[in-house]
Design a protein around this ligand. Structure first.
Ligand code: NAP
Length: 277
């Protein structure tokens, strides 16, 4: 069946996740509110936020302004590194829910693994399992987890994360991680899926864009969709929000191979919590 903006994927716990979401990192204030409202009134059904983005309030307001019903949309938030720990993470979700003006989120992620203190991250995972049982989140997952860290988590728990949200784009094609996650039924959600618009002048991206009469951003997002990923591009501009949704077209094997070959292990997101990639 052809994919469309209405298409979803089934997570390992039976919850359906849309293939496209609006990212909101560095999206703040009225701009964020408007971007969320605009996206939700223009066929997007998923919003990606995080405690660390300091915009859960605005995401909640944008959703309210859109008039979309709660069951009709999918909200993801993430537990900040500073909120890891059993009680702290549970309390922090209560605050997130209040800001988002909702009784539950659809997906709750551990934003970063704590590479210096993995037992704290594991404690947080156990808290997420309880939050899912109590219905405060419909599904749970992780973010920025490498294969060794996923192995470590799965050694200690029977609850397999539904999602691993990681940086993933044509210049960082994490094939090994993708195969590992597929084998474990963990969905890869691609963040920074257009590599923050840094490589639109790449010749191969431009060639494929011309061939399909699309833009470089659309080609990079279509590559993710053709790899069966979920993508969450961020924009606060109406035109780009629309552009980033027109991505459900088929790339042929030759296009896909050429785009796969662009991988240069370019990592745009790093930081004090980043594991040893
Ligand atoms: N889990 C994590 O640790 C993590 C880390 C990073 C990101 N994320 C999530 O993933 C989302 C997306 O990643 P990202 O924000 O890092 O990068 P991205 O979506 O690859 O790129 C966003 C940047 O590209 C610009 N842009 C968007 N669409 C465009 C278009 N069609 N043409 C030209 N420029 C365009 C945006 O500017 P304008 O807004 O000005 O349009 C923004 O500067 C984040 O917002 C966040 O929700 C998660």
């Amino acid at each position: 069946m052809e994919k469309s903006i209405e298409s979803t994927k089934l997570l390992n716990n039976g919850v359906e996740i849309p293939l496209l979401g609006l990212g909101t990192w560095e999206s703040r204030g009225k701009k964020c509110e408007h971007a969320v409202e605009f996206a939700l009134t223009h066929r997007y059904s998923m919003i990606d936020t995080a405690q660390g983005y300091d915009n859960e309030d605005q995401v909640g307001k944008g959703w309210m302004a859109s008039g979309r019903s709660r069951e009709d949309i999918f909200i993801t938030t993430k537990i900040s590194s500073s909120n890891q720990g059993h009680q702290k993470s549970q309390r922090s979700l209560e605050e997130s829910l209040e800001k988002l003006q909702t009784d539950y989120v659809d997906l709750l992620l551990i934003h970063w693994p704590n590479k210096h203190n993995f037992s704290l991250t594991f404690e947080t995972w156990q808290a997420l399992v309880e939050l899912q049982e109590s219905g405060l989140t419909r599904s749970i997952g992780v973010s920025n987890f490498t294969i060794p860290l996923l192995d470590k988590l799965l050694e200690e728990t029977d609850v397999v994360p539904a999602v691993n949200q990681v940086e993933f784009h044509t210049f960082l094609y994490q094939k090994e991680l993708l195969e590992y996650c597929r084998n474990k039924d963990i969905l890869i959600e691609a963040y920074s899926p257009i590599a923050r618009a840094k490589f639109f002048d790449n010749k191969e991206i431009q060639r494929v864009a011309e061939k399909h009469d699309k833009t470089p951003a659309q080609v990079m997002l279509a590559w993710g969709i053709n790899h069966d990923l979920v993508v969450i591009p961020k924009s606060t501009h109406e035109g780009r929000i629309l552009e980033n949704a027109d991505i459900f077209f088929k790339l042929d094997d030759e296009d896909m191979q050429a785009l796969d070959n662009l991988d240069k292990r370019v990592r745009l997101v790093d930081g004090p919590w980043a594991p040893d990639w």
